[in-house]
Design a protein around this ligand. Structure first.
Ligand code: NOJ
Length: 554
C-alpha cells in the first residue's frame, strides 16, 4: 500500500546550530520557523529535528530530563506548536527525535531512584550490585570508560551505555514501557508526523556478571552481543509497534545497526517494527583513514558493494533512509573525497550518487551548501564528551598527543555541528550573540547567501536535484522501481538504473579524478535530468565522463 512517506525527501536539523533568533548564541525554534521558506524553496517535505526536549545538554539534547516540555534554550512549548502549524502551511511535516534508550541523570525518575533505591523508580533503570569492589562487569561504554557508575554511598551501580549522564532505562519493566508509549502518543497528538528513534538497538540488555576478556589497556570490553540487538529485543519492538505506533499514519525511522541483513524485512518490511531505518552499513568509511589512504577508488568500491547489497535486499520489501551526513559523522566531502579534490564537482557527485536509490533521501543541514569539517588545533576546543574520551583512549593505546588529535580531527562528530553558514555577516548570520560553538572560518566562501545568487552553485544544484527526485513524472520509478547496478566492474564508477514498467532512469557517477569512458548506448531521445557539467561527451557507443561527473538520464 502506498504511504505518504514513501516519496518523502527529508532534511535533518540540528537545532542548536541551525538559526538563532534571540542572540543567545544557540539555535532555536523561532529560528527554524524563520527558515521554513528556505526549506520550502529547497524542496524537502519532512524535517527531522534532533532532540528539543528539556535537557541539561550533556549530550546536546540526547540526555532528556523532561519528555513533555521543550528546552528553554530552544523556546517554549507554544513555539513548538507554532512550528508544526507553520510548517504545515509549507506542506512540511515534522519528525521528533525519540530518545528512549536512556534519560538524563536529571530526569525525575532517576532522581527518585537515587533518593530511594527501594522505590519503584529504581526499577526504571539498570541498577546492579557491584562485584566486590568492582563494577558489576567490565563492559565499556560506547562513549568510553566503564559503562557502570557507582551510586554514592552504596555498592550499587547504574548502567550507561553512552555518557555517565545518560542512565539506561530498564525496558524489562512494563510500567516504564507504558510511560514511554504515553510520551509517544503525547507528541503524536500535537501533530508530529513520526519519529527518528535514537539508539533503539540497545534497549534490550542481557546482563552478564562474568568479566569479559579485556580488549584494551583499560581492562574493559565491548560486548555487543549482550546489548545491541540482543536476543529478545523483538518482543519489545513488536509491543511498541502494536501499542504505540499501530494504526497511525506515521513515519518511524529507527537508528539501528541490524547486523544480519536477513533480519531487515522482519524489522523494516511492510509489517516490520518500524517504517524505515538509518543504518551505518555504508558510513564507516573515511578516505583519510589508514585503510584507504591514497586508495580512494577502493573506498568507492566498498561503498558500491554495500549500497547495492542493500538495494538488492530492499527491492519491494524495505525502504531504507538514504543519507551521507548527520550530526554524528564528519562531513561527507572529507570522508569520501581526497582533500585536494573537494570542489563543486565532487560535492555535487556525492549528492547525485545516493539521491535516486530506493529509499528516503535525507539531507543534513549545511550539506546542501557544501559545509566542511573544521579541524581543531587543540583537544580543548572540542566540547563533546565522547570525543574527549576517545582522545584519552588513543593516548592510553600509545598514540602521541599530536597523533591522537589528528585522528580525532578526522573522525570526530563535532565536525558537522558547527553553526549553519547563512551569510558573510558576523558569525555567518547564525547569531548576533556569541555562538555556542565556533563558526567554521570558511563561511566567507561557503555560505547560503552567496550560493543563492549563483545559478551554478551547489545549493541551486540541490534544488534541481530535489525537484527531479519529486517530479511527478518520475516519482513512481524513483520510489517503487527496481534498482539494477550498472558498470559494476568499472572501478570508481557508481552507476545504476531504476526501472518500473517501461520507465527507466539511469544514474552514472564517475568517482575518480580521471576521465572515464564506458560502453553506453545513449539514446538521443532521452532527457538529461541532471548533469553537474555543462555537457556530455558521447561518440559511437562510448560515453566519456569528466572527473567527478555525475549524470542522470531519464
Ligand atoms: C545516537 C545519537 O545520534 C547521538 O548523537 C547520541 O549521542 C547517541 N545516540 C546517544 O543518544
Amino acid at each position: 500500500m502506498k504511504k505518504w512517506w514513501h516519496s518523502a525527501v527529508g532534511y535533518q536539523i540540528y537545532p542548536k546550530s541551525f538559526q538563532d533568533s534571540n542572540g543567545d548564541g544557540i539555535g532555536d525554534i523561532k529560528g527554524i520557523i524563520s527558515r521554513l521558506p528556505y526549506l520550502k524553496e529547497l524542496g524537502i517535505s519532512v524535517i527531522w529535528l534532533s532532540p528539543i526536549n528539556q535537557s541539561p545538554m550533556k549530550d546536546h539534547g540526547y540526555d532528556i530530563s523532561d519528555y513533555y516540555h521543550i528546552d528553554p534554550s530552544f523556546g517554549s512549548d507554544e513555539d513548538f506548536e507554532n512550528l508544526i502549524t507553520e510548517a504545515k502551511k509549507y506542506d512540511i511535516r515534522i519528525l521528533l527525535d525519540l530518545v528512549i534508550n536512556h534519560t538524563s541523570v536529571k530526569h525525575e525518575w532517576f532522581q527518585k531512584a537515587l533518593a530511594d533505591l527501594d522505590s519503584p523508580y529504581a526499577d526504571y533503570y539498570m541498577i546492579r550490585e557491584g562485584n566486590g569492589n568492582l563494577p558489576p562487569n567490565n563492559w565499556r561504554s560506547m562513549f568510553g570508560g566503564s559503562a557502570w557508575e557507582r551510586i554514592e554511598g552504596t555498592n550499587k551501580y547504574y548502567l550507561h551505555l553512552f555518557t555517565v549522564d545518560q542512565p539506561d532505562l530498564n525496558w524489562e519493566n512494563p510500567k516504564l514501557r507504558k510511560e514511554l508509549y504515553h510520551i509517544i502518543q503525547f507528541w503524536l497528538n500535537k501533530g508530529v508526523a513520526g519519529f527518528r528513534i535514537d539508539a533503539i538497538a540497545h534497549i534490550k540488555k542481557v546482563f552478564d556478571a562474568a568479566m569479559k576478556e579485556a580488549d584494551g589497556p583499560d581492562g574493559l570490553a565491548e560486548d555487543f552481543e549482550h546489548y545491541r540487538n540482543a536476543k529478545g529485543i523483538e518482543q519489545f519492538l513488536a509491543e511498541m509497534r502494536d501499542q504505540a505506533f499501530a494504526g497511525q499514519d506515521i513515519l518511524t525511522i529507527a537508528e539501528m545497526d541490524v547486523p544480519n541483513p536477513n533480519d531487515w524485512v522482519e524489522f523494516f518490511g511492510d509489517n516490520g517494527y518500524f517504517s524505515s531505518i538509518f543504518d551505518f552499513y555504508h558510513t564507516i568509511y573515511n578516505v583519510q583513514s589508514e585503510e584507504f589512504k591514497d586508495r580512494p577508488v577502493e573506498l568507492v568500491e566498498k561503498l558500491k558493494e554495500r549500497a547495492f547489497e542493500k538495494q538488492t535486499l530492499a527491492h519491494n520489501k524495505v525502504f531504507f533512509t538514504n543519507f551521507i551526513e548527520n550530526h554524528d559523522l564528519p562531513r561527507s566531502p572529507e570522508r569520501l573525497i581526497p582533500k585536494e579534490e573537494i570542489h563543486f564537482y565532487s560535492k555535487s557527485l556525492l549528492a547525485v550518487h545516493y539521491f535516486f536509490l530506493r529509499g528516503i533521501p535525507v539531507v543534513y543541514q549545511g550539506q546542501e551548501i557544501g559545509m566542511q569539517d573544521y579541524p581543531k588545533n587543540s583537544i580543548s576546543e572540542y566540547i563533546d564528551l565522547a570525543t574527549h574520551n576517545k582522545y584519552q583512549e588513543y593516548l592510553l593505546r600509545g598514540k602521541s598527543p599530536e597523533e591522537a588529535l589528528s585522528q580525532i580531527n578526522i573522525e570526530n562528530r563535532e565536525n558537522s555541528r558547527t553553526p549553519f553558514q547563512w551569510s558573510t555577516d558576523q558569525n555567518a548570520g547564525f547569531t548576533e550573540g556569541e555562538p555556542w560553538f565556533e563558526v567554521n572560518p570558511n563561511y566567507v566562501d561557503i555560505n547560503y547567501e552567496k550560493q543563492e545568487q549563483d545559478a551554478d552553485s551547489l545549493l541551486n544544484f540541490y534544488k534541481r536535484l530535489i525537484k527531479v527526485r519529486r517530479n511527478i513524472e518520475y516519482e513512481d520509478v524513483f520510489v517503487y522501481g527496481r534498482t539494477l547496478q550498472l558498470f559494476k566492474e568499472v572501478k570508481g564508477c557508481f552507476a545504476y538504473k531504476r526501472q518500473l514498467g517501461d520507465k527507466e532512469v539511469t544514474v552514472i557517477c564517475n568517482f575518480t579524478n580521471q576521465s572515464l569512458t564506458i560502453d553506453y548506448e545513449y539514446d538521443a531521445a532521452t532527457q538529461i535530468l541532471m548533469n553537474n557539467y555543462k555537457n556530455i561527451q558521447y561518440t559511437q557507443g562510448l560515453l566519456s565522463l569528466n572527473p567527478y561527473q555525475a549524470i542522470v538520464i531519464g
